[in-house]
Design a protein around this ligand. Structure first.
Ligand code: NDP
Length: 478
């Protein structure tokens, strides 16, 4: 496979008009923070400052929770479902109308390739609002009783890997079920959440139904521990998830946690090889591997090992790394200096523990945060790179001989979010899927998402489901 040289095809960033600084979105308005504290958000591809963003303190959290409570009691929970649905449909349509702008903004702030933000993040975010708009007036048929009630005010904290999409996963079901929300985006990726605040204004959403508080971990902590919150929804690291679970224990708060993963992507010898290699690449190099359900452990049947590895190396040599706004780019920037440091550290540990490291020839830009697609072979189950979530473009390859061995290795992890199975045998797919202790099993594909399909984990990958009929339960008093 030759790597063709393409002329650069950058998406124009002039479609995005960034403000120099942003306030907090509380009660339908952008307002300054009580403490006058701010931080800068940068482009991880160039380290250029994109905007200054307000850091919300406890007084701001208080204000936002009060606004959300007022909106919950005076309007949102009283509206019939069909009226809430209209707002959700309107938001979905505005997200679609602004899709190009939102995609550029996401790629600028997050570092992900424009092809992914344009074709995956933003369309899926719109789809989540459309899907949940459909539920808003049908909740009594969702299987949770004849008149399911909302919970109240939801405090939601999201990570930086899919900023607008995670916002949609959180806000769409909450609103459809009649709750109001206070959401904190990640410190490094606040811009699409702030653009979403403008969308709420454009959609004439009643003030206080959605409140967006920018800030760092402290803001998140203040939000989830606020006594005025009825429901906490968190996506992020297992470590912070455990802290939140402890903080909410013995309170009336209902909690859902979507945490880390260390998914096994299992390739049997009879799998369609080219398709499997595409699935492996998608599984771990999509979004620079910043994916909780990434297929970061490749388990290959020993008899197919040489063929799979040779194909995989050939394929990786064709990946283009560089400018996230270039439509030819396959692998963008690592989201932050801190995340890059973590990926480097764990990769060095991998080498030190005796695994063999390989990357295709790949020139890294001088400015910004970059890491080449990397494959470790000779990995044993005891290695840290086989056990810990690296959250970067790093694949650990292990082998197996029998389905039972594959299962044992795949399940040998504290996580349980997702897995992939590649084989032509339907019976083997069913055998594996029913024994893999994970929330999602993809068969002969990987990283497929749909708002109608519930997503969530077992074990230390968290609890609760997002999406589908099952996801509604997290926002209803049932
Ligand atoms: P965190 O879990 O720290 O961040 C997730 C969100 O929680 C962010 O909005 C963060 O704010 C916020 N937060 C941080 N501390 C607290 C707290 N004590 N209480 C409430 N909210 C808090 O993940 P990181 O961004 O630090 O990433 C660390 C590692 O976590 C990654 O290397 C990766 O392995 C894993 N991760 C997993 C994700 C997944 O989906 N499974 C997603 C993101 C990370 P802020 O960003 O401002 O710090």
């Amino acid at each position: 496979m030759a790597k063709f040289e393409y002329a650069p095809a950058p998406e124009s960033r002039s479609i995005v008009s960034l403000r120099e600084s942003y306030g907090l979105f509380i009660d339908g308005e952008f307002t300054p923070g009580a403490e006058d504290r701010a931080f800068k958000t940068i482009s991880p591809a160039s380290e250029e400052v994109l905007a200054e963003v307000t850091e919300a303190g406890p007084a701001d959290v208080d204000r936002a929770v009060i606004a959300a409570r007022k909106a919950y009691e005076s309007t949102w929970s009283r509206l019939p479902g069909r009226e809430r649905a209209k707002y959700l449909f309107r938001i979905a349509r505005i997200v679609q109308e602004k899709a190009r702008e939102l995609a550029v903004l996401e790629s600028l702030d997050n570092g992900k390739p424009i092809r992914e933000s344009r074709d995956v993040d933003i369309p899926l975010a719109a789809a989540h609002f459309f899907y949940h708009a459909g539920w808003a007036d049908k909740l009594e048929y969702a299987g949770y009783g004849p008149a399911p009630r909302p919970l109240g005010v939801a405090g939601q904290v999201i990570p930086w890997n899919f900023p607008l999409l995670m916002l949609a996963w959180k806000i769409a079901p909450a609103l459809a079920c009649g709750n109001t929300v206070v959401l904190k985006p990640a410190e490094t990726t606040p811009l699409t959440a702030l653009a979403f605040a403008e969308i709420c204004q454009q959609a004439d959403l009643p003030p206080g139904v959605v409140n967006i508080l920018t800030g760092a971990g402290e803001t998140g902590r203040a939000l989830v521990t606020h006594p005025g919150i009825d429901k906490v929804a968190f996506t992020g690291s297992t470590e912070v998830g455990k802290e939140i679970a402890r903080a909410c224990a013995a309170t009336r708060k209902k909690v859902t946690l979507e945490l880390g993963g260390k998914a096994a992507n299992i390739v049997f010898e009879d799998a369609p090889l080219d398709q499997a290699v595409e699935g492996i690449v998608n599984g771990i190099f999509f979004n620079q591997g910043h994916v909780c359900c990434a297929g970061s452990r490749l388990l290959v049947q020993e008899s197919a090992y040489e063929d799979v590895l040779a194909s995989l190396r050939r394929r990786l040599a064709t990946l283009r790394l560089g400018d996230p706004l270039d439509k030819n780019t396959d692998v963008g920037a690592i989201n932050s200096a801190a995340q890059l440091a973590k990926i480097r550290e764990l990769s060095e540990v991998g080498e030190a523990e005796g695994a063999e490291r390989w990357s295709p020839p790949c020139e890294l830009p001088v400015k910004g945060f970059w890491f080449p697609p990397t494959v470790f072979t000779g990995v044993s189950q005891a290695h840290r790179i086989a056990r810990e979530e690296i959250f970067g473009p790093v694949l650990s390859v292990l082998t197996f001989r029998t389905p039972a061995e594959a299962l044992e290795k795949a399940n040998n992890t504290p996580y349980g979010l997702s897995a992939g199975v590649w084989t032509e045998k339907g019976s083997l797919i069913l055998y594996m899927a029913s024994r893999l202790r994970v929330g999602v099993v993809w068969a002969n594909t990987f990283n497929k998402f749909d708002p109608a399909a519930p997503f969530g984990g077992y074990k230390e990958s968290g609890y609760g489901r997002e999406g589908g009929r099952q996801g509604l339960e997290a926002y209803l008093d049932v």
